[in-house]
Write a protein that binds this ligand. Structure first.
Ligand SMILES: [Zn+2]
Ligand SMILES: [Zn+2]
Ligand SMILES: [Zn+2]
Length: 434
């Protein structure tokens, strides 16, 4: 695939990426394997460390008892990379290093292995920002602790190895504090089909992409492979952007998160115009404040309290209100956990007007939500509704049309969706009298 983008200096933003030719909406811009990656600690029991597939049962590495794999094939494929990590993990037991420490270590192992990595990737790693100068002392202190942990972790492989390994790194990354700072600022969260976080990865060439609260590209993962797709038509020389954060939030919230986590003030169009803020705060303030300030705990209480909160807010707060939408989404998760399918369907439908408003371009979150609604309808035997939610009529932007653009035709989730649609069609044929 000929690349249709190049790095450039984006006015006011430093490095960036721009298109070198027109890119159509839905086009796959690039597909990249991580330079280094690791499964999140909290998902390590359910996700294969080699292929990032989620499974009920996984084989466990008999030595570190930490890494888990689908089967022997995944395990033996992972071994050349896991061998050194395994020794470090064993040495540190019962302590287990955090995700960013494991990611940093796997980067060092990858760079110091004979097969090495391309110089281009090293080049961009060298240029990644660490933001150490603009960081609060408290944050710096937290990162120093991670850096010491990294030192200790690598030390398990051999007393002087940590020093040797450093020479494999580009000069600006040899200081572990600086390396950890670069990694936490530039790593990508790897998510599964349902968009739950399953790991973290480094894709140095894509770290140059700048943020926009209404980006023209989105990222979807297949295993740990990152696929970048255009969700708007992009013309030659136009900058490519992604969103670093969840965009379904108020301008003020987005700006705070971007400043805290990524150290910049977002000047995007959506921020400048406070786009959709008013709609997100629609309704009677006294009523939505209750929704905003609610603290909910376990699933059962959560479902009861959200039902209570939502009916108390009543018609005074529309479905598009941000806080109402958040509570409705939580109630949906709770109902699904408690296997209360009718309730789950009711809540899931209530989220759609908000999603339609706040994801004006095709977005994976919107597509996946519609797929969830359709699956509930299908399960509850509302076959026609399900098919409508999946496919829509006359080219409406529903699950299929959105995911065709955000995930592409061959993505496993899209294959799933097409199978579901086929099931619906068969069931409707059986029901209709001939
Ligand atoms: Zn696997
Ligand atoms: Zn192991
Ligand atoms: Zn913005």
């Amino acid at each position: 695939m000929a690349l249709k983008f190049e790095r450039f200096v984006s006015p006011g933003k430093g490095n960036g990426v721009r298109a070198t030719a027109g890119i159509r909406r839905g086009e796959l811009v690039t597909s990249v394997e991580p330079l280094a990656s690791c499964v999140s600690l909290k998902r390590s029991r359910e996700v294969c460390q080699q292929c990032f597939a989620r499974r009920e049962t996984l084989l466990r590495c008999s030595q570190c008892k930490m890494a888990r794999y689908c089967n022997v094939t995944c395990q033996s494929r992972a071994w050349p990379g896991h061998k050194r990590e395994c020794k470090c993990l064993r040495g540190l037991l019962p302590r287990v290093p955090t995700d960013s420490v494991r990611l940093a270590a796997s980067l060092i192992f990858a760079l110091s292995s004979p097969s090495g990595s391309s110089s281009e990737e090293l080049y961009s790693l060298e240029e990644h920002e660490s933001h150490l100068n603009s960081m609060s002392e408290q944050k710096k202190e937290g990162l120093s602790q991670l850096a010491s942990m990294l030192e200790l972790f690598l030390h398990q492989e051999g007393p002087n190895l940590a020093e040797e390994l450093k020479t494999a790194l580009p000069p600006s990354c040899r200081d572990f504090l600086c390396l950890i700072a670069k990694i936490t600022c530039n790593c990508f969260t790897i998510s599964d089909g349902e968009l739950h976080e399953i790991g973290v990865g480094l894709y140095p060439s894509l770290s140059l992409l700048n943020h926009d609260c209404r980006p023209n590209c989105v990222m979807v993962f297949e295993g740990a492979k990152l696929q970048l797709r255009a969700v708007q038509d992009i013309s030659a020389e136009e900058e490519l952007t992604i969103s670093y954060i969840e965009t379904l939030s108020l301008t003020e919230e987005r700006q705070k998160q971007l400043a805290d986590q990524y150290h910049f003030n977002c000047q995007c169009r959506r921020c400048q115009t406070h786009d959709k803020d008013e709609l997100m705060l629609a309704g009677e303030e006294a009523a939505w404040r209750l929704l905003k300030e609610a603290h909910l705990s376990d699933w059962k209480t959560l479902l009861e309290s959200s039902l209570h909160l939502l009916s108390a807010a009543g018609a005074g707060v529309p479905d598009e209100n941000l806080y109402r939408l958040r509570i409705t989404d939580m109630a949906l998760d709770a109902a699904i956990h408690l296997q209360l399918w009718d309730e789950a369907l009711k809540y899931s439908l209530k989220t759609l007007p908000g999603y339609r408003q706040y994801y004006p371009d095709p977005h994976p979150v919107h597509g996946v939500q519609l797929m969830r609604v359709g699956k509930l309808q299908h399960y509850l035997e509302n076959i026609k509704d399900a098919l409508d939610t999946f496919k829509g009529t006359r080219g409406e932007m529903l699950a299929y049309n959105i995911m065709k653009l955000t995930h592409g035709d061959d993505h496993p989730l899209m294959v799933d969706l097409k199978m579901k649609m086929e099931e619906c069609r068969c069931e409707m044929d059986q029901q209709s009298p001939h």
